[in-house]
Write a protein that binds this ligand. Structure first.
Ligand code: SF4
Length: 234
């Protein structure tokens, strides 16, 4: 259950920052997906894998046709067959050149540990994009109006209309209390706000609604919008 934001006068209590930054705005959601994808790709790029390690031992040209004039379809096999060096060739790679092919012979010498540099780099790039998306989504997307019971609220008592009948105290005694009177007076004691976080918003709003003189004024702490009592219609 996320903590609500309550504000009374200079008393402000803020809820978890994560709740604001993990809103379900499309850009924020997209940023989160991209961020998670980037993290996964980066982790994959940091996992070591082994692959065959070859050293080049020979190179040379392979013509387009052999001595009988037959076209050479497999220059790698031709090169291997006509290689006259001493080192065994385990792998041959050929590329076209002007009059045939240039081939390179390699010898297998074991395995080596490699990392997927491209995965790591792409993953890091996606993480940056994801963070930008989350930040941008929170900065650019308009805040959706929250239901009254989820909004940060301010509470005020209109002492000019409060008749001190204690209805609000009965509903939310941790929020509302009667002021103690030092000396006897003909005036009724006033209600004051002990702790704006002493009850949830629903209870506080209910107390305001039940107040017979509408002396409890509740407003949205962020927008200043009146939640209760409503302004009279013109
Ligand atoms: S319910 Fe309203 S009138 Fe009664 S004590 Fe509370 S604020 Fe005052």
């Amino acid at each position: 259950m996320p903590r609500l934001l309550l504000n009374s006068g200079d008393h402000l209590i803020e809820g978890p920052v994560a709740k604001r930054f993990l809103r379900k705005d499309p850009l924020v959601v997209l940023g989160l997906i991209v961020l998670v994808g980037g993290i996964a790709l980066t982790i994959y790029g940091l996992i070591p894998t082994s692959e065959a390690n070859y050293v080049q031992v020979a190179s040379g040209p392979v013509p387009l046709t052999d001595a009988t004039g037959t076209f050479i379809y497999s220059p790698d096999i031709y090169f291997r067959a006509h290689h006259n060096g001493t080192a065994p060739i385990d792998n041959v790679q050929c590329s076209p050149s002007i009059n045939g092919y240039i081939c390179y012979g390699f010898q297998f010498i074991g395995t080596k540990i490699v990392y997927s540099i491209s995965s790591r780099d792409y993953g890091f790039g996606l993480m940056v994009l994801g963070v930008i998306g989350i930040y941008g989504g929170n900065r650019l997307a308009p805040l959706k109006p929250k239901l009254p019971h989820l909004r940060p609220i301010t509470i005020r008592i209109d002492e000019d209309v409060c008749v001190a009948n204690g209805v609000c105290i009965g509903l939310a005694p941790n929020v509302f209390q009667l002021k103690k009177q030092e000396t006897p007076t003909i005036f009724a004691p006033m209600v004051y706000i002990v702790d704006p976080t002493g009850a949830d918003n629903d209870t506080i709003i209910e107390a305001a609604v039940m107040c017979p003189t509408a002396a409890i004024i509740i407003e949205d702490a962020e927008t200043g919008e009146r939640i209760h009592p409503p302004y009279p219609e013109n």
